[in-house]
Write a protein that binds this ligand. Structure first.
Ligand code: ADP
Ligand code: NA
Length: 327
């Protein structure tokens, strides 16, 4: 694709689930081969907008690093780094926050949702879209793979690029969204909701480190309906259609091809086929995560290398920002 810099971040929530993998990480792996410059950040500063146990956070950061590598992120092709270790993120975030009005943030959907859940959220939770904008602009990113739920946050980053450029002279390109084309993976217990780490039902979510028996059990218990034939119709048959979505994505085939392979099978037999396809896809990833987890020092060294590469890119941009602002 010639030029372009891709940036994306993921919170260190430990090991990703199948939805994260199919909805985001598979695309991340593809992008590292398509763009000359790619940065993927484990955004630990975003995590502390809500209470975190320090020991667990530290573990989750390494687990996410291991998971990203096992899923195919290649540190030779993409800079993989830890946000908090590049202090320029926090500094640019402050400067951008001074260009952001309070009402601009109040209407963003995640604030509305999360602050309601917590009754009142922290200032950090309120301003974290500004930190997200800083994450993106700090590298003069041009393309940002995001889920649909993040589009409004990317619009804030675009606005802030424009506002900064107008006030201080052109510096930041307006980053563009790269929307993932895969269907959302739904909860196995409630196919009207997306698969999510925050789902309290253990059987609803497949972790990419689930052993084969767990994957098989969860898929066997997945909610379907009373029609035994397999068809793809997310509106009227969300449960079965979710299995088709998962099957197609893990086997890297089209939805039509997946439905074709289900011909003559009832949903019970199809579940066996789907779980075999999921297990086949996840097994090498699970084994690689286990291997990487057993060598913390290696993971830490790898991240340290990514952190210093990110710092090298960030430092001159922030120096220019500081100069423009008058510092
Ligand atoms: P969660 O909903 O489990 O908290 P995040 O919001 O942290 O997941 O999402 C991390 C990335 O994974 C985002 O790019 C998001 O769009 C993607 N993602 C999350 N859940 C799903 C899903 N069920 N299907 C497809 N993509 C998903
Ligand atoms: Na690349």
């Amino acid at each position: 694709t010639g030029g372009g810099l891709v940036f994306s971040g993921i919170q260190p929530t430990g090991v990703p689930h199948l939805g994260n993998y199919l909805g985001a990480l598979v695309n991340w792996v593809a992008l590292q081969n398509q763009y000359p410059s790619v940065l993927y950040s484990i955004v630990d500063m975003h995590s502390i907008t809500q209470p975190q146990d320090p020991a667990q956070l530290r573990n989750n950061i390494l687990d996410m690093a291991a998971s990203l590598l096992a899923c195919g992120i290649n540190p030779e092709k993409a800079i993989l780094f830890q946000q908090s270790q590049v202090s320029e993120h926090a500094e640019l975030s402050w400067i951008l926050s001074c260009l952001t009005s309070m009402p601009r943030l109040r209407h963003l959907p995640q604030w509305k949702m999360k602050s309601k859940q917590k009754n009142e959220g922290s200032v950090g939770l309120y301003t974290y879209p500004v930190l997200q904008a800083a994450d993106i602009l700090l590298y003069k990113s041009t393309h940002v793979p995001v889920g649909e739920d993040q589009v409004q946050h990317l619009e804030l980053a675009q606005d802030l690029a424009r506002i900064f450029n107008n006030r201080y002279g052109g510096l930041f390109p307006e980053p563009r969204a790269l929307l993932s084309s895969t269907q959302k993976v739904k909860s196995l217990r409630d196919p009207s909701a997306k698969m999510s780490k925050s789902d309290p039902q253990a059987m609803a979510t497949i972790s990419i480190t689930d052993p084969p028996d767990d994957v098989a059990l969860k898929i066997r218990r997945a909610v379907t309906d009373f029609t035994s034939e397999v068809t793809f119709d997310p509106e009227t048959r969300p449960g079965v259609s979710n299995l088709v979505t998962i099957h197609a994505a893990v086997a890297a085939i089209s939805v039509e091809e997946a439905v074709l392979q289900a011909k003559g099978l009832d949903t019970g037999a199809y579940k066996t086929l789907v779980s075999e396809a999921v297990i086949q896809r996840l097994t090498p990833i699970r084994e690689e995560i286990q291997r990487l987890r057993s060598d913390r020092a290696h993971l830490e060294a790898l991240l340290a290398r990514g952190n210093s590469s990110a710092r090298e890119l960030a430092a001159p941009v922030l120096a220019e920002v500081r100069h423009r602002v008058g510092f």
